[in-house]
Design a protein around this ligand. Structure first.
Ligand code: FUC
Length: 770
């Protein structure tokens, strides 16, 4: 299992690097909620600690009651081709100005400052994705030293364990600090404590938090003005507990618990265990998720680059050296990051997962809903981490009441609406500027993921309790929101935008506001299809609603192909302001949607492919997440060579030394999007069957994978040689028909629950041995 290691022969912080550049070399650990960037620095070790709910607070954007009339006026103006005037009205009457900053913030830093001799040799630091432990090794005066850091999901503490081979050789000062003037940090008895409230210099007062460190050591422990000094030890184990008053169910009513007492309780429970037991429990819980999938690209033998530190391998990759193992490592890293930043019961992974050192993070490190949060969860089902997606669903469900209020006040509609972003305060009002702000589609997009959860897991209870209600709320909003086009009578969405692109109006101005952008129509079509499918499975008796959905869907305006053969982004052939724009919204129906496939809509697929090529010819894919989307699109186009090319671009242009994706700066969606993309290259199941190796690039001639998930409730393993599939194994989670397809050959298995089916694929022969 040592295939899953990122390692480095130098600390994160190096002379000549900025603070940010050093952070980009540190290694992330986390238990979904509580995490750290481990620097592995010498002489002073730094753990930059985060807790997922430390957010600066309200005010948040508000619903504008005058918006309803403005929306009507804007529609009339847009139907008359007056985009500029419509934009003026929407900007001033509908969109609330930004109420930023209201950032996700760090908890603080834990520093370990050695006392005495500093010279070391044989330095190495690593992150083991399989154990979820960051380690540092070195030799000092001939004595070997080791540090291990992990965040336990079982015991809810962040643990730092230092040991040396010779007794009495560890002498360290321990400090807890935060980059603000307002926190309190002190020693209370034999505990080190830090308390504060997230805010922006007296405004946006937010979440209260508290962290407590306790120590086990065989050395001498002494409290010293807000720090600990430990001398003559052979081991030091630091336990950090962090708790906040954030109330996920209702952030506006903070929890009333005594936070110090909550931390002490965590510590007590964790410290009863021996260090070895604590570590073992942590590893077992992590491996239960992580080990579900294994991926081997190329032969089982190590490539020469595996012997080199990860940053050097990345540098070699940038020079054009192929390194299959680096790609499979990157894939597994995406899974590791999801497990470490998104566990049931907490908040979902934000723009930086949980890892952020800035008091005012870029985009507040919030939950962007016009692709970024959704992309974070693209690998969840495909790579067998279903439970890691639950925080995403919980967030959305907790937003519903806010979103219904926005729908009612702003648009006079029933149902659930949300716009391009939200954060820990669950706001849903339209805000900001038109090219991103005037877009009431995100609840619809997210509702699709509820349906997909059901498709992958066959969980009827989830369909009934979560997916159908969410889809119904989203569909209900759309039924009220859509209007009939005065010329065609078709139902169209608007005023809206195609995130975040603009076009030239007939007057020659760059504008964004329009009626019937392709993505809106696709999202609405899909929401209607999903709600009808869910109702069918559940045998819901909701005749009036379902009939209305059918009627409106049958007269929904759908995107068309332009004269140049491209799929149109808007309902007219406008010229785009930025032809290489990073959002490729009008291809939603190709991915993540499945409205267009080569089987069901070949002409639309060809047109979509032309649109994508055009975007790329004009510089598309320049942000990490946009590049990651390319991998997925080309996989759906069954073009493994193109997908592979974009994996290479991602690693070459948008990947930091610690393998974090960079927008720039660091933004985690690209990691997750690319992980999903690799899975889509190997297995697809969105078109009524399970397609094996649908987009295998020539360069991955040999390989094996196990544990990928397919819709219908199947786990799939495959082995391939010389570019051809040799064997597939399907494990059926709850029985039912399973149609496997490989290069035009199909085989149908009638499976029983919890049984495994092997198929040998040799030339044209299919041998089935059950
Ligand atoms: C969207 C993108 C940006 C960035 C931001 C967080 O608005 O257009 O590129 O990723 O989200």
């Amino acid at each position: 299992m040592d295939r899953h290691v990122l390692w480095y022969d130098r600390p994160s912080t190096l002379a000549g690097l900025s603070r940010k550049e050093s952070w980009d070399r540190a290694l992330p650990i986390g238990n979904g909620r509580l995490g750290a960037m481990v620097f592995g620095d010498h002489p002073v070790e730094r753990l930059q600690v985060n807790e997922e709910s430390i957010w600066a607070g309200p005010p948040v954007p508000e619903n504008q009651p005058q918006a309803r009339e403005a929306i009507e006026e804007a529609r009339a103006l847009l139907f008359a081709g007056k985009h500029e005037e419509a934009e003026q009205i929407v900007q001033s009457q509908v969109l609330h100005p930004h109420t930023r900053p209201r950032s996700y913030q760090p908890f603080g830093d834990l520093y370990l400052r050695p006392l005495g001799d500093l010279a070391i040799e044989q330095y190495r630091r690593e992150l083991n994705l399989d154990t979820a432990i960051a380690e540092v090794f070195y030799v000092q005066k001939g004595v070997r030293h080791k540090r291990e850091v992990f965040s336990s999901a079982v015991d809810q503490v962040l643990v730092t364990h230092c040991e040396s081979e010779q007794s009495g050789t560890l002498h360290t000062k321990i400090e807890l600090s935060r980059d603000d003037q307002i926190h309190l940090s002190e020693c209370r008895g034999d505990a080190l404590l830090l308390e504060g409230q997230a805010q922006h210099e007296g405004t946006h007062l937010g979440v209260h938090f508290c962290g407590v460190v306790r120590v086990k050591t065989d050395g001498e422990l002494q409290a010293d003005k807000g720090s600990f000094i430990i001398r003559d030890a052979s081991y030091i184990t630091l336990y950090l507990a962090v708790r906040t008053d954030y109330n996920l169910a209702n952030p506006y009513e903070p929890l009333q618990e005594d936070l110090v007492a909550c931390c002490e309780k965590d510590l007590e429970q964790a410290m009863v265990k021996s260090y070895d037991k604590l570590k073992k429990d942590h590893m077992t819980a992590h491996q239960k998720l992580f080990r579900r999938v294994n991926l081997q690209l190329g032969t089982a033998e190590y490539e020469p680059y595996a012997l080199h530190p990860t940053d050097q391998r990345l540098a070699a990759f940038r020079q054009g050296h192929d390194d299959h193992h680096l790609i499979s490592l990157y894939f597994q890293y995406g899974r590791y990051l999801l497990i470490s930043s998104s566990r049931p019961g907490g908040l979902p992974a934000n723009l930086q997962g949980i890892w952020n050192e800035d008091m005012q993070a870029i985009w507040d490190s919030d939950f962007h809903l016009n692709i970024n949060l959704q992309m974070n969860y693209w690998p969840a089902q495909l790579t067998n981490l279903a439970e890691c997606q639950l925080p995403y669903f919980t967030l959305l469900e907790n937003m519903i009441e806010h979103g219904k209020e926005t729908a009612r006040v702003v648009y006079g509609c029933r149902g659930f609406v949300a716009h391009y972003t939200t954060d820990a305060w669950l706001h849903t009002a339209p805000l900001g500027e038109i090219p991103y702000g005037m877009w009431p589609m995100s609840a619809g997009w997210c509702a699709r993921d509820f349906m997909e959860y059901y498709r992958f897991n066959g969980d009827h209870a989830f369909l009934q309790a979560h997916a159908y209600p969410m889809l119904k709320e989203a569909a209900t909003f759309f039924l009220d929101w859509l209007v009939q086009h005065p010329d065609t009578g078709e139902w169209v969405s608007g005023p809206s935008i195609s995130p975040e692109n603009r076009f030239y109006s007939t007057a020659g101005n760059a504008v964004a506001l329009c009626m019937a952008p392709a993505m809106d129509q696709q999202i609405i079509w899909e929401t209607f299809s999903n709600v009808l499918e869910a109702a069918d499975v559940l045998e819901v008796e909701d005749e009036v609603f379902l009939q209305q959905v059918k009627d409106v869907q049958s007269k929904l305006a759908l995107p068309e192909i332009g004269e140049d053969g491209r799929l149109m982004e808007w309902c007219e052939s406008y010229e785009e302001v930025e032809p290489g724009h990073r959002h490729i919204s009008h291809l939603y129906a190709v991915h993540p949607g499945n409205q267009y496939t080569f089987r069901t809509a070949p002409a639309m697929m060809d047109a979509a492919k032309k649109s994508l090529s055009y975007r790329l010819q004009h510089g598309g894919g320049h942000t990490g997440w946009s590049r990651a989307w390319m991998i997925n699109f080309w996989a759906r186009f069954k073009d493994g060579e193109q997908s592979y090319k974009h994996i290479c671009h991602l690693l070459q242009q948008s990947t930091l030394d610690n393998l974090f994706d960079t927008h720039p700066p660091f933004q985690i969606d690209g990691n997750f999007g690319a992980t999903a993309g690799v899975a889509e290259m190997l297995l697809q199941s969105h078109d009524g069957k399970i397609e094996l190796l649908p987009a295998l690039p020539r360069i991955w001639a040999e390989g094996a994978v196990h544990g990928l998930k397919a819709r219908g409730g199947f786990e799939v393993a495959m082995t391939w040689e010389k570019g051809a599939l040799t064997k597939s194994t399907v494990y059926s989670l709850h029985g039912g028909e399973c149609r496997l397809s490989y290069q035009g050959q199909d085989i149908v298995l009638m499976t029983e629950a919890r049984k495994q089916y092997d198929v040998i694929w040799t030339g044209n022969t299919l041998l089935l041995n059950k």
